[in-house]
Design a protein around this ligand. Structure first.
Ligand code: BGP
Length: 470
């Protein structure tokens, strides 16, 4: 049963990426980031040993790229500002006039072409010298971040549509302190909890600084939120799901949006002696400075079950002490990335925000499908015919549409990503873009999905078989 799904007026159609993943070094001067440093130390950690030196060379090609945004239907786009570029002496010291010029030119170009700049301040790219000082474990780094944020508000405030303090703050905690996919790849929950607390404090302090300047734009945060589903209604499965939900979802969502920490999480950390150190005043700052807008990154759900086996009490404390991942029979997979595709999860997430977070103004800030070896799908003209991506986008958006009809305040949809970009340890393995990138020549070619995206944005909707919705 096909039906035209129309989205609200002024819906934000766009996509996102980040400085480290797309800009390339450029010639402004830039401090070394943790990614650049890690690549020097351990190139074997990076797929096909590709560094972030060049990436998509957006620094040199931003004008062409803004035209491509236009051609693919963008009315908004999220970039991040490189802290290391803004403060080339290692994230501190003197602000870099050349960096200011670059970002002002880029955002002016965007605005002149009808593309609203959504600007994120921190997307995994810690200047290495600050990491040496302890990274987010250190209060000195929190202070340096607030200075970086304040400088950005002052320098770019007239050009930015909406601001974001962090992208997926959970990512660096899991990556750096538990699972080894971010530098320095240690295993230490308590230090991770300290870094997480300081991230939350840095978010609140940046919002406090922002509010003092009286801009008409809003400031918020981008969180990766996966609904957690228990294997069954067995109480042990439900308990496992509740702990996972507290650790991975509410841990940042509650303090950054509501200003409070979930009781279940605090009790758990106390019981296992994993509480971070903080001052009473920090809690007041966190309470009083919460997000004004929320970005939702959704890729896959979390499915969990009660542990079958005991834990090794001599091993490090880990979230896995409380659950095992549940490999649900029949689930649909994006086999390249190893992530489940479950469209209805995006709807469940939106309803959670409507019902438990005061229906704060929100948008889908990332969602997308990374596919390896996309040359397989190129036609004779060199265009990638990515029907799977078009289906992926429609299937998720149909659920976003349903959520909006049921009262969720979802203001837009940003795909991950615009032009194929560099993806951390996976480098260029999986391609996510609406536009393909030839790594050898930097040639950009709009994919079939890019053409679809343009039409969808122009029509402010698309035709869909609504009988697929459950
Ligand atoms: C998100 C990040 C992005 C991007 C995306 C795709 O978690 O915010 O930076 O990388 O995931 O994931 P990946 O690059 O790991 O395939």
């Amino acid at each position: 049963m096909n039906q035209q799904l129309n989205f609200p007026k002024d819906f934000w159609w766009g996509s996102a990426w980040s400085a480290e993943q797309a800009e390339g070094r450029g010639d402004t001067g830039k401090a070394e980031t943790v990614w650049e440093h890690w690549f020097k130390e351990e190139p074997n950690r990076f797929y096909n040993r590709i560094s972030s030196e060049v990436t998509t060379d957006h620094f040199n090609r931003y004008q062409e790229d803004v035209q491509l945004m236009k051609q693919t239907g963008h009315n908004s786009f999220r970039l991040s500002i490189s802290w290391a570029r803004m403060f080339p002496d290692g994230g501190v010291g003197t602000v870099n006039p050349k960096a200011i010029t670059f970002y002002r030119k880029l955002m002016t170009e965007m605005n002149e072409n009808g593309i609203k700049p959504f600007v994120n301040l921190y997307h995994f790219d810690m200047p290495f010298l600050l990491q040496e000082k302890g990274g987010w474990e250190s209060r000195e780094v929190v202070d340096a971040y607030v200075r970086f944020a304040t400088t950005c508000f002052e320098e770019f405030g007239d050009l930015v549509y909406h601001w974001f303090t962090f992208n997926e703050p959970l990512g660096p905690i899991l990556g750096s302190y538990l699972e080894g996919f971010h530098y320095p790849g240690i295993v230490d929950f308590k230090r991770g909890a300290q870094a997480a607390f300081h991230t939350i404090l840095a978010h609140a302090l940046a919002i406090e600084a922002f509010k003092k300047q009286g801009y008409s734009s809003k400031i918020g945060v981008i969180l990766n939120l996966s609904p957690t589903y228990p294997r069954s209604q067995n109480p042990a499965d439900i308990e496992a799901a509740e702990i996972v939900d507290a650790l991975y979802t509410r841990s940042f969502l509650d303090p950054m949006v509501k200003g409070t920490f979930p009781t279940k999480l605090v009790e758990l950390l106390k019981e296992y002696h994993q509480m971070p150190e903080f001052e009473e005043q920090d809690l007041v700052i966190i309470k009083e400075n919460t997000a004004q807008i929320l970005g939702l990154n959704y890729y896959e759900p979390r499915r969990v079950k009660a542990r079958l086996t005991g834990i090794n009490p001599n091993g490090p404390f880990l979230p896995e002490w409380f659950y095992e991942n549940y490999d649900m029979p029949g689930k649909r997979m994006n086999v390249y990335r190893g992530w489940e595709i479950y469209e209805k999860g995006i709807y469940d997430l939106c309803l959670d925000i409507r019902d438990n977070y005061g229906n704060i103004e929100a948008f889908i800030s990332e969602n997308g499908m990374g596919v390896a070896d996309e040359e397989r799908f190129m036609d004779e003209t060199g265009q990638v015919i990515d029907e799977y991506r078009i289906d992926y986008i429609k299937d998720h958006l149909a659920y976003v549409h349903k959520a909006i009809q049921e009262g969720c305040q979802i203001k837009g949809y940003h795909l991950w990503t615009f032009i194929d970009c560099w993806s951390w340890i996976n480098t260029y393995k999986n391609r996510y873009g609406l536009v393909s990138l030839d790594l050898a020549t930097q040639k950009r070619t709009i994919k079939k999905s890019g053409e679809f995206y343009q039409k969808m944005s122009q029509d402010n909707g698309f035709d869909y078989d609504v009988s697929k919705l459950v």
